[in-house]
Write a protein that binds this ligand. Structure first.
Ligand code: ZN
Length: 258
């Protein structure tokens, strides 16, 4: 039997992010622990390398990083040229979260990022022979979604068309294909209501709820309440009530009791 080596995918963050990194790292580690085809890494320090540096190194035929990886992922919050979600050049993948939470979430920014990491990695691992569907939407993971919100359909479905399944099986093997399909379907995430799952632990241990903490679905007060503990939230509420009472009393005093 041939020894199987996982594909090594390293992830860096460029500058400030519009999401919390620790629950995201836990989320990604959950995907690694679930299968054996892909191993995701976060090299330290997280901002050591940028996409531009990596691209330069690659053009000059220098090693991209002190350690070799099969795929190098860079996550930025900056707008990307051409209004794209991600680009892939050789083993380098540049992904932006710009606009996702404001315009498209749910699915959460984590699910969006994971989808982009997986797509980018498969494009990178196939040495440029992997073609996406150009101008149609059918729910396959490998689509150039000209209408950006159509990516919500792809991520929610986690489906891969027969043509692309065959291509992954030929280029990366049937074992990898099995894992790719399970990863895209988020089987490894589980439900936030079921103890022991990655989604449950994210909520329980990292205070991150995929359904409410990404995007603008949540009302302002719910967000505030999540960020300060109950006691201070109650005090803040009482303070606001108190201030309103004073303002009303003042207005009554000034205009009402003449
Ligand atoms: Zn397809």
């Amino acid at each position: 039997m041939q020894a199987v080596r996982s594909k090594r995918v390293a992830i860096w963050f460029e500058g400030e992010q519009d999401f919390e990194r620790l629950p995201f790292k836990f989320f990604i580690a959950g995907a690694t622990a679930f299968q054996r085809s892909f191993q995701f890494y976060f090299p330290d320090p997280p901002n050591e390398l940028t996409f531009e540096d990596a691209l330069k190194a690659q053009r000059e035929q220098r090693p991209v990083f002190r350690e070799h990886f099969d795929v190098y992922i860079f996550i930025t919050a900056e707008h990307m040229k051409g209004n794209l979600f991600f680009i892939e050049i050789g083993p380098l993948v540049h992904i932006t979260t710009n606009g996702w939470q404001q315009n498209f979430s749910p699915p959460s920014v984590f699910e969006y990022l994971f989808h982009s990491i997986m797509c980018g990695s498969i494009y990178a691992l196939s040495d440029g022979t992997f073609q996406h569907h150009d101008d149609l939407t059918m729910g396959c993971q490998f689509e150039y979604t000209r209408v950006k919100e159509h990516d919500r359909i792809d991520i929610a479905l986690g489906y891969i068309c027969q043509e692309h399944e065959a291509q992954i099986a030929t280029q990366l093997g049937t074992d990898v294909l099995t894992d790719v399909k399970r990863l895209f379907k988020f089987e490894w995430l589980g439900s936030a209501d079921q103890a022991g799952t990655v989604a449950y632990k994210m909520k329980d241990l990292f205070n991150y709820d995929l359904r409410t903490d990404s995007g603008f679905k949540k009302r302002f007060l719910e967000r505030v309440q999540q960020n300060i503990d109950g006691f201070w939230f109650d005090i803040a509420k009482e303070l606001i009530k108190g201030i309103l009472l004073i303002v009303v009393a003042f207005l009554l005093f000034k205009f009402g009791w003449k």
